[in-house]
Design a binder for this molecule. Structure first.
Ligand SMILES: [Zn+2]
Length: 127
């Protein structure tokens, strides 16, 4: 396999850079999560747990098949904890998450097997 260089070129995680501001002492989000495009509030602070997953592939948008490698996620165990979130139709074992206001997505996915939601840190805004 010749994929080692791709790994090395990945930017260091957002959390490494601003760990103190994004993750609180319990590993939860210290800031609100909102939409990159319309500022819609998606999740209030202290709900999601930070998870670093082995490189996950997530489409950049609904039309192109281009995928982005992501590894930093907020895990939400109950989909009803979101303030605003749109869910796609079932795609195999997941539903994709999108902003409920502007429909920009996918910003993460909902796993139908364990009911957990994962939101990519790179696809949302913290404030
Ligand atoms: Zn939005």
């Amino acid at each position: 396999m010749s994929e080692t260089t791709a790994e090395e070129e990945l930017p260091q995680s957002l959390v490494t850079d601003c760990e103190t501001s994004l993750v609180d002492g319990e590993g939860k989000n210290s800031l609100s999560l909102s939409c990159l495009h319309c500022d819609c509030l998606l999740l209030r602070p202290n709900i999601a747990l930070f998870k670093s997953l082995p490189e996950m592939l997530l489409r950049r948008d609904g039309e192109r098949s281009e995928v982005e490698v992501l590894s930093d996620f907020w895990m939400v165990t109950d989909m009803f904890q979101f303030e605003n979130m749109a869910f796609s139709k079932n795609v195999e074992d997941v539903k994709y998450l999108a902003c409920a206001e502007c429909d920009i997505g996918p910003i993460g996915w909902h796993n139908l097997c364990d009911q957990k939601c994962y939101v990519a840190l790179n696809r949302i805004k913290h404030h």
